[in-house]
Design a protein around this ligand. Sequence first.
Ligand code: UGA
Length: 474
Amino acid sequence: MKSMLVSTRSVATSFLSIILLFARLTGAIEEAFNPKKIAIIGTGYVGLSLGAGLAELDNIVTCVDIDEGKIKMLRAGEIPIYEPHMKEFVQRNAQAGRLLFSTEVEKSIRHNDVIFITVPTPTGPNGQADISAVVAVAKTIGQNLNRYKVICIKSTVPVGTGKLIRGVITKYANSVPFDMVSNPEFVREGAALSDFLKPDRIVIGTNSERAQKVMQEVYSTFVKNGTPFAFMSIESAELTKYAANALLATKVSFINEIAAICDAAGADVVDVAKGIGLDKRIGPRFLNPGPGYGGSCFPKDTQALVHTAKELGITLKIARAALESNEDQKYRIVKKIYGLLGNKTEGKTVALLGLAFKANTDDVRCSPVKTVIEQLLKDGIQIKAYDPQAMKNMRQEFPQIEYCDSAYKAVTGADVMVVITEWKEFAQLDLMKIRSLMKQPLVLDARNILDIDKLKQAGFTFSNVGRVCLAQAA
Ligand code: UGA
């Protein structure tokens, strides 16, 4: 009798669980909100870094992209971009079941509770940010809003976009509730994962207390370790991102101009940067002069900020000047190369070491070296180039230059060697060997990474950015 009762009960329990499972699968029962269930729409550079980072913080993340090839690659543990440590992060978290990849946008929206938008916002025809991809994703989110969700914009978008996106989602959402958040990204390419795990701050823009709590759950590791959180309105968060990038771009342009004065006046920019950087109000970082800032963010975001301000009837003179000064800097580099060649360009060969916009990335977007290449080609100079990661990307834009598989091969027979990206391996080059391979002993160190004493010992005539007092010529 007792065993009959037990088996009737277990049959009933199994039956109930089957019904529950069926109801869940068909969406008839609303699952409990889980802030740790995250979908990231757009698996580009930002989306992938965010996905790997959030999974590392113990969230269950689905990175979504419509590019089937990319998702297939990621599922196989291969990384479509060069980013230090990305492979191990992706593989570790994927194996632990915390990081998934999908091409199913609708399903990923429906099955997750926090949806990050990380699609690109490229520069539009008038310098404005083109947010059409964000709007398209918002429409899909609205159409698939099956229960309360937090919609978080991570893409860099102009102030006012959050409000606009809320409108788009509402239009398609059939009154299903949701909250909007702006959570701008501050990680740098080439240091994305270490930056992600050690943020200076987390900026959360929202007008909803519930969404604020959800974001604190998503970033609970940072709440626990005391990382500063800055809570604010969506508009303020959107603007914070642009203000940060424009200010950093201005800092770089400023030190580039100070380097130009150093060149003319015989001062050393490294000493000047140290002297000002020790002032806590200024700080020592982002005071390295170079060939001008590049990448997918500073040029685009500074331009977009100028555009937004113009639309609001405000002229941003400083940000505009930072952009202009950055263009000038690229031509200063060209002028320095010509200075080393005694302004005789005919039949000359320049070896460019570095093509990426900075070290530790294969990204060539807005790389200052492109302006240099264009000008040298216009003046009939032969170019030999080497970059440890970025040659494939640069070849697509400049197939006509010679790509070499080492720095030594690039300098062989060249008149001038130009170090334009600060890859560590360039600082460690055997300068004596370089000297023996070159046609003329001429060097431009556009990143100030070469050892000046070693350059002198090897008998080079060299130039740099703002340290001319230490150089032998130019
Ligand atoms: C930048 C910001 O630093 C990140 O905080 C932000 O998240 C990112 O943009 C973005 O908006 O997604 P990133 O473009 O990856 O990051 O690179 P940075 O390290 O900031 O360098 C930007 C440019 O400035 C590079 O061309 C770099 O060579 C140049 N730079 C930087 C200098 O010439 N000198 C410096 O001292 C620092």
